[in-house]
Design a protein around this ligand. Structure first.
Ligand SMILES: Cc1cc2nc3c(=O)[nH]c(=O)nc-3n(C[C@H](O)[C@H](O)[C@H](O)COP(=O)(O)OP(=O)(O)OC[C@H]3O[C@@H](n4cnc5c(N)ncnc54)[C@H](O)[C@@H]3O)c2cc1C
Length: 444
């Protein structure tokens, strides 16, 4: 492993320091000078010295947690560090069921300490700020850390300009007053409070254009919020705006649930592109309509985490600013020791937890094999998505599928697809089993 010399501190980019400075100012109100900021990020982090080949995984979501665990399974000799900015994990999958009161917050909240202790790796609560690929060093708000291999799994960010919102004050108001609920736990908590306090009128939701996080979830969320209104006899309507002609996934199952279970509660507006949202007047416009809402969770188009762009690792030709990587090895272009994966991947796979975990297991196997001087063959990720569409009684639908690359057309294709659109109680109980199995595996 290369040692960082004094001169290498100059490799911390001005952009990295500026971003860190802005974060410090936002959280503490203090404005620190460049020399102070540089000294914070360039001191060594408080971790034991690496015992062998060190693999650093940044991002403790469904992807990073799986990779950290499986690196130790496929390469017990590896020294693995998981770097995550949050102090605890709140799951996105099943958060909709919590929204509808089917599970407690406890059921979706987990400790990074447990994950690290039970799976024999180190956890560092820190935010990645910058990267020097020559000396193989990451710079975080807790200091610097050397790696032999680095895996980035930082997830996604929102692109509010996709909703016609360019003004920063409007964007901030929209983000905080009508959060999308697809990135942070605070967003989920705000949406739950909104649903619990809703007195009646229109609750607006939307599915964004492009490939967005969890194709089924805007439709599942519409069903779950409608089920709360139905149970509490609230005179409310869930208006779901979608640019597509029909739901992006499980169309038959969702459309029949809308019609048969929530005929007077869910209004599904297909082929409707949002051209503007005004959080002050609580209105959103499409090409044909203006919808005045009483409350909402507005979901902008998503993009790969800004971090990648800041580090020069995003593909500028990708429509959603996703990572510039080899799609089979996940190597950042031209870098044998840097891998990027999870929802920020550019391949058109479903941006879902099951996909991120199966992909993560393959990548952990590949990185461990390479550290042992071997290779391993590519394996398709698997997308499995259960959607709870009814809560009286609990009934779910599901899809399952894999991917293959067609070299003749130069396109990714689905294969081994299976869908169950007829909602039933057995699928509902499998939804809980699927979640339990995955979370047990990541944390215990
Ligand atoms: C409401 C909802 C319901 C869903 N339902 C399902 C479902 O039923 N089934 C399913 O399979 N999928 C579902 N998903 C999708 C699933 O949650 C995502 O696909 C999955 O979380 C992607 O994993 P990831 O690790 O790539 O990203 P994330 O889970 O977002 O993890 C990224 C991590 O990186 C960390 N990070 C980012 N930047 C930094 C930095 N600079 N320094 C340190 N850490 C950083 C973040 O804090 C975060 O913990 C759902 C998503 C939502 C929002």
């Amino acid at each position: 492993m290369k040692k960082l010399t004094r001169r290498d501190f100059s490799k911390i980019s001005a952009m990295g320091i500026a971003t860190f400075g802005a974060q410090v100012e936002e959280t503490t109100g203090a404005s620190l000078n460049k020399a102070t900021l540089t000294s914070i990020v360039s001191r060594p982090v408080n971790l034991p010295v690496a015992k062998g080949h060190r693999v650093v995984v940044v991002g403790g979501g469904w992807s990073g947690l799986t990779i950290a665990k499986y690196l130790k399974i496929y390469g017990p000799e590896l020294d693995v560090v998981l770097v995550e900015r949050n102090s605890m994990f709140v799951s996105h999958p099943i958060s909709g069921l919590w929204l509808a009161g089917l599970v407690n917050l406890d059921a979706i909240t987990f400790s990074y300490l447990d994950a690290a202790v039970n799976n024999n790796y180190l956890y560092l609560q820190a935010t990645l700020i910058d990267l020097d690929r020559t000396s193989r060093t990451i710079f975080t708000d807790q200091g610097r850390l050397n790696y032999d291999d680095l895996i980035l799994a930082p997830g996604i960010d929102y692109d509010y300009s996709s909703l016609g919102v360019e003004d920063q004050a409007q964007e901030q108001l929209l983000k905080t007053s009508f959060p999308a609920g697809f990135i942070s736990a605070s967003e989920h908590i705000s949406i739950k409070r909104k649903v619990e306090n809703f007195k009646g009128g229109i609750f607006a939701l939307n599915a964004p254009a492009g490939i967005y996080r969890c194709s089924a979830s805007p439709y599942e969320r519409a069903c779950l919020i409608a089920s709360v209104f139905k149970r509490k006899k609230i005179k409310g309507k869930v208006v779901l705006v979608d640019p597509r002609e029909q739901p992006a996934v499980s169309a038959e199952g969702f459309l029949s649930a809308f019609e048969e279970l929530y005929g007077d509660i869910v209004e599904y507006m297909s082929s409707s592109v949002i051209s503007g949202v005004n959080p002050e007047s609580r209105s959103l416009s499409t090409d044909f309509d203006e919808i005045i809402f009483d409350d909402a969770a507005i979901y902008p188009r998503i993009r790969g985490a800004y971090l990648l762009e800041q580090l020069g690792l995003a593909d500028p030709n990708s429509a959603q600013m996703e990572a510039a990587i080899d799609p089979f090895t996940y190597n950042a272009v031209g870098d044998a020791n840097l891998y990027i994966t999870g929802d920020c991947r550019p391949m058109p796979f479903s941006k879902s937890g099951n996909t991120a975990r199966t992909e993560g297991k393959y990548l952990a196997k590949l990185v461990a094999a390479r550290a042992q001087g071997k290779e391993t063959s590519w394996k398709s990720p698997q997308t499995i998505c259960y959607s709870m569409v009814n809560t009286q009684p609990n009934q779910a639908i599901m899809v399952d599928g894999k991917y293959q690359f067609n070299r003749a057309s130069n396109q990714w294709e689905h294969f081994d697809n299976y869908a169950l659109n007829k909602r039933n109680e057995s699928m509902a109980s499998k939804t809980f089993d699927w979640f339990e199995e995955n979370l047990q595996d990541m944390f215990y």
